[in-house]
Design a protein around this ligand. Structure first.
Ligand code: CMC
Length: 444
């Protein structure tokens, strides 16, 4: 068998001072190719010209889990995992978390710039006018089993929104697209809160468009319950900040799912439902729920060393630690850790905080985690706040989904405006059987 090896002999501006390029020699044929380098990347299709003969399909790249493949150009979120930097449209996440609101950040992600006062008021009013859902939504929500997971309900009900807005399929019309984007951001808290009420066996609370975004959500979750619900601005602000921190994270698993489904020109409700499905997984948004389950299981600080040994032996993962991109402390985790103090001032300290902090301390001093560059991620502390707010575990990922919606729709919209994008369709390396003849059942 011939060996196939590519040698990148030159990577930089060529000898004549021209555009940067990569020279590749195919050792199967001895031929050399010059591949342009742009933005630190080569185009995978440029490798297709590298063939052994006319029957050869051409060279492909093999990149399971997209470890080193950029699938789009995006101007929305900048992330430097080594330095722990996260910026939305150029603005550092720390500044947005301190000074902005979730709806302002949603506007920023979608439009590219911070709104003027007038633009912000119009945007907030657009969102407020779309918080209601069709009455029949209540009926199909009632159809779920009494203990249905609210994330499963959210996934299904967001997908079902497409049946109420058939015009959403018209994705080529920018004004129509905007309307669906507003609807999605506006209705997510309503659907999320109603999933919670269903699980708790409580009547649904209608949205109140006069309340701020986070306040309306909290009201739909907790008002009219056994204990009188009093809105606290510190809690509302903490929730708003949590939504800001989750609003976008470039090409993560769920956003890639939204882009992938959206690339088939599906309506945005179907695309976002796919994002919710991806987020549900415990390695992605479901990690916040898994962190609390883990803290419950550990039980006390004295049991941490035994737990850590189990993690190091590969028996399980330290949930809320590690990230595909961050190889440094996740900046969102720093902000959330600080926000826990504000929430605990109102709610009283969650006793699991001590376990989480001790776990973090031990892990950050342990060579297993240091050598693999595993640090707390956004999910490590967020669950503690959610629990302090009175949310059951099952609601944690729903909160993530509400926060992530502006990012999903901004990325979907950007993709549709990108002339280079087409239906997403990866290639494969076929490793199955060669052609063979069908064997009748009685001869097998
Ligand atoms: N606990 C213990 N070991 C870990 C962990 C962890 N949380 N994360 C990674 N490792 C180890 C892993 O076993 C591997 O070790 P080795 O090289 O000896 O085989 C090494 O670190 C590299 O791990 P990987 O699985 O190749 O890394 P990845 O980039 O594919 O996975 C991750 C990233 C987030 C899925 C992973 O770190 C993980 O499972 N973390 C726990 C789940 C979690 O907290 N997810 C939330 C991510 S942030 C929010 C979001 O995106 O939704």
């Amino acid at each position: 068998m011939t060996t196939q090896r590519i040698e990148g002999v030159a990577a930089g501006a060529n000898d004549q001072g021209g555009a940067p390029s990569l020279t590749v020699t195919d050792n199967r044929t001895g031929r050399s190719y010059e591949i342009p380098i742009s933005d630190g990347t080569i185009r995978a299709v440029d490798l297709r010209q590298i063939r052994v003969d006319d029957d050869d399909f051409g060279l492909m790249t093999y990149d399971p889990a997209f470890m080193n493949t950029a699938a789009c150009r995006s101007a929305i979120t900048f992330l430097d995992g080594d330095r722990g930097i996260l910026r939305y449209r150029g603005y550092p996440i720390e500044q947005l978390a301190e000074h902005s609101t979730f709806l302002e950040v949603a506007y920023l992600l979608l439009h590219g710039d911070l709104p003027t006062r007038q633009q912000l008021e119009a945007w907030e009013s657009d969102i407020a006018h779309h918080v209601y859902v069709n009455e029949s939504t209540k009926q199909f929500m009632d159809g779920f089993r009494y203990d249905a997971h609210p994330m499963g309900m959210l996934e299904a009900t967001v997908g079902a929104l497409s049946t109420f807005y058939p015009e959403a399929k018209n994705i080529g019309d920018e004004a129509n697209r905007y309307r669906q984007i507003v609807r999605l951001i506006a209705k997510m808290p309503t659907l999320g809160a109603w999933g919670f009420r269903h699980m708790m066996g409580r009547p649904y609370v209608y949205p109140d468009k006069t309340l701020p975004y986070a306040g309306n959500f909290l009201n739909m979750l907790f008002s009219h319950s056994v204990v009188d619900f009093e809105r606290d601005p510190r809690i509302e602000r903490a929730l708003d900040v949590l939504f800001i921190l989750h609003a976008d994270h470039e090409q993560n698993c769920s956003t890639s799912a939204v882009r992938s489904v959206g690339s088939a020109q599906a309506d945005p409700y179907s695309a976002v439902a796919a994002g919710i499905a991806a987020l549900y997984g415990p390695l992605h948004g479901g990690a916040n729920e898994a962190v609390l389950q883990m803290l419950n299981r550990i039980g006390s600080t004295s049991d941490i060393p035994a737990f850590i040994e189990g993690v190091k032996a590969g028996k399980e993962r330290l949930m809320g630690f590690g990230h595909r991109v961050y190889k440094n402390y996740d900046p969102r985790a720093q902000i959330i850790k600080k926000a826990t103090q504000d929430v605990f001032e109102v709610t009283g300290v969650n006793p699991k905080l001590a376990i989480a902090m001790e776990l973090e301390k031990i892990a950050l001093e342990d060579d297993y985690f240091i050598s693999r560059r595993l640090y707390p991620n956004v999910d490590f502390y967020s669950g503690l706040i959610y629990e302090a707010l009175g949310m059951p575990l099952e609601m944690f990922t729903v909160l993530f989904a509400i926060g992530r919606t502006p990012g999903w729709v901004a990325q979907w919209n950007e993709m549709l405006n990108d002339k280079e994008q087409k239906i997403a369709r990866p290639r494969q390396i076929y490793v199955g059987a060669e052609e063979r003849d069908y064997v009748p059942l009685d001869k097998r």
